[in-house]
Ligand binder design. Structure first.
Ligand code: LRH
Ligand code: MN
Length: 397
């Protein structure tokens, strides 16, 4: 009886579960101390779509791919048709569009927050161009992260920069149309190490509110100080209808961009629990975009992505098993132990057999990783790409 109810709950949960793949998760990436090139890594947008297509083929829950404008559409709007063709060819859709305001030399002292009005204009123009790319690709979300900030006290006027950002974000919001949204991502530090212009959820919330109704906050799980209660931030943003999306990854120290659930799986479970409890209580589906944002410096990139998607499905399924009626009663009665046990029971349930059943009911392999390994795809792309990847070595200094 319980098993059937649990499997029904998990089937309902997974039927509505999608998580977006980051194109940059398939390319060779590293840290400032270097980059270890993988022979099979994607070297161009076409190969990123092919690899993402593999992850969706074996897991069935990743129909969209997040794109970074400079990395995936170097020619901007002129690349839209080619990207549309790639998406169709690989059974995917273009997902969130990420402008890039952190690589161009002009942005040394910032983009939207730069004291030079010419540079602020150039930055706004890049994002307005990204809005047009999103329209061309039928992408709903414009995902905004700014590296802007400073490294030393007194070197920038933080009040002036706050106003320049508000003005720039309002300008972008005016350009959005249809069901488009702009997601404002915050980050406390890195690459700036004294102040960051959008450093926490409060600043992102106020900027989004000031920009307009299409602006929401994006929570990157790696963008928090050690002791911050991320699920409390999630609960607040949900209750304020200001939560637009997530960048999922895991970390031990800072923005480590490790694979989701590899360090603290209970953290991701607690986040999913807050979302599902909100939906149960309000009867409303939370309009939130789930996206992976990781940097696979050592793990095989496609395997790391399949592992991440499988982990995300497991943690979401576990969170779906929380007995919400009992939990609500325990919370109101302040029955602390029983309330906590509602979460721990669900978290300690082995949902893998029920996920395998769900997968097979969808014509998907019970074990996506094994299916990928048996496909020989990795051997094929290693042979095709190793020469290209050998050629592209880089060093920090
Ligand atoms: C910044 C960030 C942002 C992306 C980048 C790849 O740390 O999380 O979301 O643009 O990583
Ligand atoms: Mn991110």
């Amino acid at each position: 009886m319980i098993a059937n109810r649990q499997s029904d709950t998990i089937v309902d949960a997974l039927n509505g579960f999608h998580i977006e793949l980051p194109s940059w998760g398939f390319a060779n990436t590293g840290t400032r101390f270097g980059k270890f090139n993988q022979p099979a890594a994607a070297t161009c947008t076409e190969e990123k779509f092919r690899d993402a297509g593999q992850v969706h083929r074996w897991t069935g829950v990743c129909p969209t791919i997040a794109l970074h404008v400079l990395w995936d559409l170097p020619k901007g709007a002129a690349d839209v048709l080619a990207v549309q063709a790639l998406a169709a060819e690989h059974g995917l859709r273009a997902g969130s569009i990420n402008p890039n305001l952190f690589q161009d030399q002009r942005y040394k002292y910032g983009s939207f927050g730069n004291p030079d009005p010419e540079i602020r204009k150039a930055a706004v123009d890049h994002v307005l161009g990204s809005v047009e790319i999103a329209k061309g690709l039928g992408s709903r979300d414009l995902s905004l992260w700014f590296a802007d900030g400073s490294n030393y006290p007194g070197t920038q006027n933080m009040r002036h920069r706050r106003r320049w950002f508000e003005e720039g974000l309002k300008n972008i919001h005016r350009q959005l149309s249809g069901d488009q949204r702009m997601l404002v991502e915050y980050k406390p530090f890195e690459p700036a190490f004294y102040h960051t212009d959008i450093a926490d959820w409060g600043m992102a919330l106020l900027f989004a509110k000031a920009a307009g109704p299409r602006a929401k906050v994006l929570v990157d799980t790696g963008h928090h100080y050690q002791a911050q209660n991320i699920e409390q931030i999630v609960a607040w943003l949900l209750d304020l209808d200001m939560l637009g999306g997530f960048h999922f990854n895991d970390r031990r120290y800072a923005d480590d961009d490790l694979t989701m659930g590899s360090i603290d799986p209970y953290q991701a479970f607690r986040i999913f629990h807050e979302i599902l409890h909100f939906e149960w209580e309000t009867g409303k589906r939370a309009d939130i975009a789930f996206t992976i944002d990781q940097s696979h410096n050592l793990k095989g990139k496609i395997e790391a992505m399949i592992q991440t998607v499988t982990t995300a499905m497991e943690l979401y399924a576990k969170a779906a098993l929380v007995d919400r009626k009992k939990l609500a009663a325990c919370q109101n009665a302040c029955a602390l132990v029983d309330a906590e046990e509602c979460l721990k029971d669900a978290f300690s349930t082995d949902v893998r057999p029920m996920i395998r059943e769900w997968a097979q009911s969808k014509g998907l392999p019970a074990d996506p990783m094994e299916a990928f390994r048996q496909s020989g795809y990795l051997e094929r792309i290693t042979a095709e790409r190793s020469a290209k990847n050998r050629a592209s070595v880089s060093s920090y200094a």
